[in-house]
Ligand binder design. Structure first.
Ligand code: ZN
Ligand code: ZN
Length: 433
C-alpha cells in the first residue's frame, strides 16, 4: 500500500474519490464482482471544502493494493477500459481493449491510461496519482466517457482548440425539447428557465435553435435516481452529476440525488445543463480547463468559453446571419442598416449572411411587395426616427424574422443588433429567425 494520505482532511478526501468510484466500479463490473473498493470506504460523507492540506505520496507504477483497484475502477467508469455499462453511448470504444490482468497491480497499461486521463484534463501527465490528480478525481463530474471515439490525441498546444468532435451531429438545426420530469429541488419554472438559458448559449453561437414542444421531441430532459433504464445508473450525491448522449439520441439526464440550485451553492443546474447540451449537440470533453466542456465540475460556469464556441461552430458553422458595426463582413452578403437621422454611427452597420436572403432595408416605411419587419428601439429619441425602419425579405423567403428590443427570443436563433456608439440601449436588441 504505497499511497498514504495524511492531514486533517484525509477522511473526506479519500471518501470523495472512493465514493465516486464505488458506484462506478459497481456499474462497471455489475454482479460479477462481489468485492471491490466498497470495503475500504467509510461512507460517502462528502462535503465540499478545501483540499489544500492533503499530503499525498503518489501512487505509481509497481504499486499494489486496493487503491490501485479504485484507480482502475475510476478509469474504467470513464471509458479507459472495457465497460459494458457504457455501450448506451453509441459507437463508444474503450481506450484500451483489454481489462487489467490484476486490478490491484499498477502496471504499464494502467500508467498509460492514467497519463491519457491527465492529458484529457489539462494536468501534468506523469502517470502517477499525485495530489493534483487525486484532487481532480475527487471532484464531481459528468458521466460521459473520456476519449469517446478512441485514443485520439488531445492537442494541448497553446492557441489551439482543445475541443474534440464526436463526428456525430443533428441533421437539422431546429431542435425540439421536452421534460420527462423536473427536479424536486427547484420550482419547475426555475428549472425550465435555467435549461432555457443553457440552450440559449449554444443557440447564440450556432445556427441551432431549441424549442420546447409536446409529444416526441429531439432532446428529452429528465432527473433520475440510480438505475433509470439506460444502463448507466446514477451514483447518488456527488460523483457523477449528469450525462447526455450524442446526436441523435437526445437523452439528457441529471442525477436527482444532487442538490440542484440556482445560486452557486450545491450544484448549479444552469452550468451542468450547459455542459450536457454540449454533448447533446455532438461535442466531446475538452482538455481546456476553462472550457464548459471540461469534464469536472468546479463550480458555476454559465458562459461558453472560446474553445466551446470553436467546437460547436466546427460542427454546425457560424450563425447564418451576422452583424457588423464596422463595415461589411468579407465573403458574406451584406446589407447596409442605417438611419441617417441618428448621429450615433449608424452609417457603417451591416447585416451579413452566408447565403443571399435578398434583404432590403428601408428607413421610410415598409417596402411594397416584400415581407417587412419593423426594426425599432423604443428608447431612441423621436428625432432619430427609428419608428419607420423596416428590414424586408422577398415574400417567398424561408426566413421568418422577428424583432426583439428586450433580449433573444426563446426557441429562435437570434443575432444581437448592437451599435456600441449609440447610447440608446441597443445592447439587448436582437433579430431572430
Ligand atoms: Zn461531459
Ligand atoms: Zn441516463
Amino acid at each position: 500500500m504505497s499511497m498514504r494520505l495524511r492531514g486533517r482532511h484525509v477522511g473526506w478526501f479519500l471518501a470523495a474519490l472512493v465514493s465516486g468510484a464505488v458506484a462506478m466500479v459497481g456499474c462497471a463490473v455489475g454482479g460479477e464482482n462481489e468485492e471491490g473498493p466498497a470495503e475500504v470506504v467509510e461512507g460517502p460523507g462528502v462535503e465540499e471544502g478545501d483540499e489544500a492540506r492533503v499530503d499525498v505520496e503518489p501512487l505509481h507504477l509497481g504499486d499494489r493494493g486496493p487503491e490501485v483497484r479504485t484507480l482502475y475502477g475510476y478509469l474504467k467508469a470513464f471509458g479507459y477500459f472495457p465497460n459494458a455499462e457504457l455501450h448506451e453511448f453509441i459507437g463508444w470504444k474503450p481506450v484500451f481493449d483489454q481489462e487489467l490482468t490484476d486490478p490491484e497491480v499498477f502496471d504499464e497499461t494502467l500508467e498509460r491510461a492514467l497519463t491519457l486521463y491527465q492529458l484529457a484534463h489539462g494536468l501534468p501527465s506523469d502517470g502517477t496519482v499525485n495530489a493534483e490528480t487525486l484532487a481532480l478525481m475527487a471532484k464531481p463530474r459528468c458521466g460521459f466517457p473520456d476519449y469517446y471515439a478512441g485514443p485520439h490525441p488531445f492537442n494541448v498546444q497553446d492557441g489551439v482548440s482543445n475541443y474534440v468532435l464526436s463526428g456525430l451531429k443533428w441533421n437539422k438545426n431546429a431542435l425540439t425539447y421536452s421534460f420527462a420530469n423536473h427536479t424536486t429541488d427547484l420550482p419547475a419554472a426555475n428549472t425550465e428557465s435555467d435549461i432555457r438559458q443553457a440552450f440559449n448559449r449554444w443557440a447564440a453561437v450556432t445556427p441551432l435553435s431549441f424549442t420546447k414542444a409536446g409529444g416526441t421531441t429531439d432532446v428529452r430532459i429528465g432527473f433520475y435516481h440510480g438505475d433509470h433504464g439506460d444502463g448507466h445508473p446514477f451514483d447518488g450525491p456527488y460523483g457523477v452529476l449528469a450525462h447526455a448522449f450524442y446526436p441523435s439520441h437526445g437523452g439528457t439526464h441529471f442525477d436527482e440525488a444532487e442538490n440542484w440550485t440556482q445560486n452557486g451553492t450545491g450544484i448549479d443546474l444552469w452550468s451542468v445543463a450547459l455542459h450536457e447540451f454540449g454533448h447533446t449537440i455532438g461535442l466531446n470533453h475538452s482538455a481546456d480547463t476553462n472550457a464548459v466542456m471540461y469534464a469536472a465540475y468546479t463550480g458555476p460556469r454559465r458562459e461558453l468559453h472560446h474553445d466551446d464556441i470553436s467546437g460547436a461552430q466546427a460542427i454546425y458553422g457560424q450563425k447564418t446571419i451576422g452583424w457588423s458595426w464596422s463595415g461589411p463582413m468579407a465573403g458574406r452578403f451584406c446589407t447596409l442598416i442605417n438611419e441617417p437621422a441618428d448621429p450615433h454611427h449608424w452609417n457603417d452597420n451591416y447585416l451579413c449572411s452566408t447565403v443571399n436572403y435578398g434583404f432590403q432595408w428601408s428607413y421610410a416605411g415598409p417596402i411594397a411587395g416584400m415581407r417587412c419587419t419593423q426594426i425599432h428601439e423604443g428608447s431612441e429619441p423621436a428625432a432619430h426616427t427609428w419608428h419607420d425602419n423596416y428590414l424586408c425579405v422577398p415574400n417567398n423567403s424561408p426566413l421568418n424574422l422577428v424583432w426583439s428590443s428586450a433580449g433573444p427570443i426563446d426557441g429562435r436563433t437570434c443575432t444581437q443588433i448592437i451599435e456600441p456608439g449609440d447610447p440608446h440601449t441597443w445592447h439587448d436588441n436582437h433579430l431572430c429567425y
